[in-house]
Design a binder for this molecule. Structure first.
Ligand code: 6PG
Length: 482
């Protein structure tokens, strides 16, 4: 019997996806460029399963039923193109290549078009959930050439996470690089969530002077509220985790954050699309700032910067902090969906935002209870421009506003860095201000560069220039927005 699907790449994610596929009754052919890893896998985790090995790409292709489905679980970048180039001559018309790595979406769009010209089908699928997700149920965000979806759908929906009502956290996202774009934004939102939780931990520890058992109890309680999420759950475990000596491991971990790039890509795309993705981009910068450890130690000594204590009733502050966290999280997701919407319009992907929220409802790193509410919001109003305008979320934002302002003000007062909590608040203040001071910006641009401006008392699209100095000429600059 030939294999249902081939998987190339036996690193953590690849191995666990293969085992998940095998658990769900699919016959999988496993290949790795270092073929000794194939034998190690078959003798190890795959022992006693229906998984079979392949020792060359020709061997892999020969062992697959048609239309062949070959999934790449390899590093994003050139390696993906190298495997595609090596596989292409071995495949027949209608065969499918799936890239399940964290590839940059323009690469997926290019690959889909290149392979379509050769009669082959390309799917770029974001896969989220880490090792555990891959093994027992990831969120899968497939996009690319829709011709491949019918053949791949049964496998992906079988292995994906399921919502409480049994819906697969996997469905077709859209054409070209849409799947990897949505995965990229997922990772950007992940950065934001992780930053917000880290700021709350910092506030509890340095501001409120709480010990780790107290912080663990607080986060555990928060995880029973609208903040119920995978990241809050693991953070509540992390904050109280002790090693064999009884020491808190968290306090032995160096405060320098790494990043593999997906959060950065999200920020770059937000700038390119002109989307004010402030919290997520601040989260990327926060990681970059944390990485400058030696500089920060020098500056801390030079400025003698100390984080002040937070006085007052701890329980009152903790409830205020919970509300600030919830409100800022809503803004982060709202900004993420603004970016997805802009890309959908610019690329004509016609994305279904409720469907995206459903994909994230389970299995992925940002899975959380309120993704169900996000799905409801977009089901009720598919054209929702700002998630915070949905009744459910608007009510939460209004209920949390006072606490949010109080917490952010306190972080400024005591010198506790709060890029996530504060950037989200100031975004909302800007978004809900009908008259911003951009008229001063336009006047400045027109004064020194004759860049012209529109007027409040004239139709949009009409541009004017003022000869501010009386000495300027009549030539004006052309108007354009980068
Ligand atoms: C997921 C994760 C994963 C990501 C790692 C590392 O959805 O399973 O987002 O895809 O690559 O978490 O990401 P950073 O190194 O950028 O934090």
């Amino acid at each position: 019997m030939k294999g249902d699907i081939g998987v190339i790449g036996l690193a953590v994610m690849g191995q666990n996806l293969i085992l998940n596929m095998n658990d769900n009754g699919f016959k999988v052919v496993a290949y790795n460029r270092t073929t000794s890893k194939v034998d190690e896998f078959l003798e190890g985790a795959a022992k006693g399963t229906n998984i079979i090995g392949a020792y060359s790409l020709e061997d892999l292709v020969e062992k697959l039923e048609k239309p062949r489905k070959v999934m790449l679980m390899v590093r994003a970048g050139d390696v993906v193109d190298q495997f595609i180039d090596a596989l292409t001559p071995l495949l027949d018309e209608g065969d499918i290549i799936i890239d399940g790595g964290n590839s940059n979406y323009p690469d997926s769009t290019r690959r889909m078009k290149d392979l379509e010209e050769k009669g082959l089908v390309f799917i770029g699928a974001g896969v989220s959930g880490g090792e555990e997700g891959a093994r027992f149920g990831p969120s899968i965000m497939p996009g690319g050439n829709p011709a491949g979806w019918p053949a791949v759908k049964p496998i992906f929906q079988a292995i994906s996470a399921k919502t409480d009502s049994g819906e697969a956290c996997c469905d077709w996202v859209g054409r070209e690089g849409a799947g990897h774009f949505v995965k990229m934004v997922h990772n950007g939102i992940e950065y934001g969530d992780m930053q917000l939780i880290s700021e709350a931990y910092h506030f509890m520890k340095e501001g409120l002077g709480m010990n780790h058992d107290e912080m663990q109890a607080t986060m555990t309680a928060w995880n029973k509220t609208e903040l119920d999420s995978y990241l809050m759950e693991i953070s509540s475990e992390i904050v109280g985790y002790r090693d064999e000596d009884g020491d808190i491991v968290l306090e032995k971990i160096l405060d320098t954050a790494g990043q593999k790039g997906t959060g950065k890509w999200t920020g770059i795309n937000a700038l390119d699309f002109g989307i004010p993705l402030t919290l997520i981009t601040e989260s990327v910068f926060a990681r970059a700032l944390s990485a400058r450890k030696e500089e920060r130690e020098e500056a801390a000594a030079l400025f003698q910067h100390k984080i002040g204590p937070v006085e007052g009733d701890r329980e009152v502050w903790l409830e205020a902090l919970r509300k600030a966290l919830l409100a800022a999280k809503i803004i982060s997701y709202a900004q993420g969906f603004m970016l997805i919407r802009e890309a959908s319009e610019q690329y004509n992907w016609d994305l279904n935002y409720g469907n995206v929220a459903l994909l994230w409802r389970g299995g992925c790193i940002i899975r959380s209870a309120f993704l169900g509410n996000i799905r409801d919001a977009y089901e009720a109003n598919p054209d929702l421009k700002f998630l915070g305008s949905d009744e459910y979320f608007k009510n939460i934002l209004e209920d949390c506003m006072g606490s949010w302002r109080k917490v952010v003000a306190k972080t400024f007062e005591i010198g506790l860095p709060s890029p996530g909590l504060s950037s989200a608040l100031t975004f909302l203040d800007g978004y809900t201000t009908a008259r911003l001071p951009a008229n001063m910006l336009q006047a400045q641009r027109d004064y020194f560069g004759a860049h012209t401006y529109e007027r409040t008392d004239r139709p949009r699209g009409e541009f004017f220039h003022t000869n501010w100095t009386g000495k300027g000429g009549d030539t004006v600059s052309t108007t354009y927005n980068s």
